[in-house]
Design a protein around this ligand. Sequence first.
Ligand SMILES: N[C@@H](CCC(=O)N[C@@H](CS)C(=O)NCC(=O)O)C(=O)O
Length: 231
Amino acid sequence: MITLYTFASGFGQFSYSPFCTKAGWLLKLSNVPWQRQDTTDPRKMPLGKLPAIGLADGTIIPDSDNIRAYLEKTGHDFDAGLSPRDRAVSRAFIRMAEEHIYFHQMQDRWGDDANWAVIRQEYFGFLPALIRGMVTRKLRKDVLGMVHKMGLGRMTVEQRLARVEPDFVAIAAQLNERAFLFGDTPTAADASVGAILGGVMAAPVPTPLSRRVAQDAVLSAYVKRCAAAMD
Ligand SMILES: N[C@@H](CCC(=O)N[C@@H](CS)C(=O)NCC(=O)O)C(=O)O
């Protein structure tokens, strides 16, 4: 039995972490027996991040992309039926969601004071009150410093919305009135894009970014469809 090491569920999502949500969905799609084990400490994992999976022989495989590769190596093709060209487009959508849209969500959760107040309690409420303030201040500084170095953290909210808008337009165009990005059934791209958009929409305190997705009939219906398919 595979064990998925994941951050806990929250904000109506399989996990606070969209990458853990993605991994959970990939496991479900692959029909292998698995169980989840929630943890608050990614430092114990080989890459210091979650998700990771533990195999019966004790091997730990970190990173949602490696988890996908493992599940594919052991027999499941998430993109069965897709042409080489569609597989290439799928790869680009995954990168767009994970390496761009995700960081907008991060800036929303960690940068916006109202969201941070909720996040701090939800993510780190387990820490003893005596050290919680010190630890969370440092973590917040590190995360926001990283997004600042990327450039996103230097933008106004309006500039960030303008930067991510073409990504949302591309997702809606790719859906093209279909249920999922490549047709009637979910593929690997949906596990990434659906999880990341779901995370954006699930801001505990609505932001211009979360409203942008929630108020888009196509994108919000897609997020709900992905969540239902994962249940
Ligand atoms: N590329 C990784 C990204 C995983 C990731 O960024 N995980 C975050 C949560 S969303 C994490 O573990 N953060 C904790 C940390 O960096 O200390 C994947 O696809 O699994």
